[in-house]
Design a protein around this ligand. Structure first.
Ligand SMILES: [Zn+2]
Length: 103
């Protein structure tokens, strides 16, 4: 699979968090969505479960559509489109469409 995967650094392309850069924490391949660290945060109310544990509101990243994410290229310093390059040994790698750097 050469799409966006867990551990990739991506940039949000549209919406409220446009331009936010973060690491992909989880990919829901079937739904075409992914959770990105620090992006699309939603407030969740947590019930206090014990005396030691504080209840209250925490912020959690909600899934974003994969089509709204771009892989981050450290060479271009921005979110980029990527292409696939077939290597001599037939393995495939992702490359930045702008600078041809492997992603
Ligand atoms: Zn690049």
């Amino acid at each position: 699979m050469l799409g966006i995967k867990k551990g990739d650094t991506v940039v949000v392309r549209v919406g409220r968090d446009k331009g936010v850069k973060g690491k992909v924490l989880r990919v829901f391949r079937k739904e075409g969505r992914a959770i990105v660290e620090g992006a699309n945060l939603v407030k969740k109310h947590m019930r206090r479960r014990s005396e030691q544990e504080a209840g209250g509101i925490i912020e959690k990243p909600a899934p974003l559509a994969l089509s709204n994410l771009a892989l981050y290229c450290s060479n271009c310093r921005r979110g980029v489109r990527f292409g696939v390059k077939i290597m001599k040994d037939n393995s495939k790698i992702r490359i930045c469409k702008r600078c041809q750097n492997p992603l």
